[in-house]
Design a protein around this ligand. Structure first.
Ligand SMILES: [Zn+2]
Length: 196
């Protein structure tokens, strides 16, 4: 089974015109699509910007105040059928890659944003009021089933999951904790966490 079809075919929705990579050796084909690629990247960045801290750790930060419930950035990229190191899972066999600035969004077990898949286009939406300069974080385990590159979480929050490998690897207490922001494809696959 490949990508899901239906009223919101992700393949149709998520490939912006010109986002496909242009042949590098053909000037006429390259010039026009590249302009659109930059436009898509800018649009995806939205109200946020990518920054690196002193240790070289990349992250996504609010470039203006964003109220709880508002769109932080649109999720636009190239759809893949398998997860990659920086991809974001939007469906059962749908992993968006090449996400522009959104790709630098770090994980937190107490995130400031979540991936909203309810609309025609996926977006990051604020879970709380963000001030200028606040880091935008999401809970990777709320969208990723089995991650390509698991890691040991250092977020330091109460209730930190520890090992971040995707929803499949989470214990029941942690599944209950994130139930409110669990992506539809994981809820369909695993059902609602008991007690959540
Ligand atoms: Zn953590």
């Amino acid at each position: 089974m490949g990508l899901r079809g239906g009223p919101r075919s992700f393949l149709q929705v998520f490939i912006p015109p010109g986002s496909a990579r242009a042949p590098a050796d053909e000037c006429s084909a390259r010039r026009r699509p590249l302009v659109q690629i930059h436009a898509v990247t800018d649009a995806a960045a939205g109200r946020v910007e990518q920054r690196s801290d002193a240790d070289g750790r990349r992250g996504l930060y609010a470039s203006e105040a964003i109220a709880a419930g508002e769109v932080v950035a649109w999720v636009r990229g190239i759809p893949r059928s398998r997860p990659g190191r920086f991809s974001l899972q939007l469906g059962h066999d749908l992993h968006m890659d090449d996400l522009g600035a959104v790709e630098s969004t770090n994980h937190s077990c107490a995130p400031s944003a979540y991936v909203d898949l309810a609309g025609a286009e996926a977006c990051l939406r604020a879970l709380r009021d963000l001030r200028l300069g606040d880091e935008v974080t999401i809970d990777y385990c709320a969208t990723e089933d089995r991650m390509d590159a698991p890691f040991d979480c250092q977020c330091g929050t109460v209730g930190c999951y520890g090992w971040i490998a995707g929803y499949a690897a989470l214990g029941a207490p942690h599944r209950v904790a994130l139930a409110g922001r669990l992506a539809p494809h994981l809820r369909e696959k695993y059902g609602a966490p008991s007690g959540g």
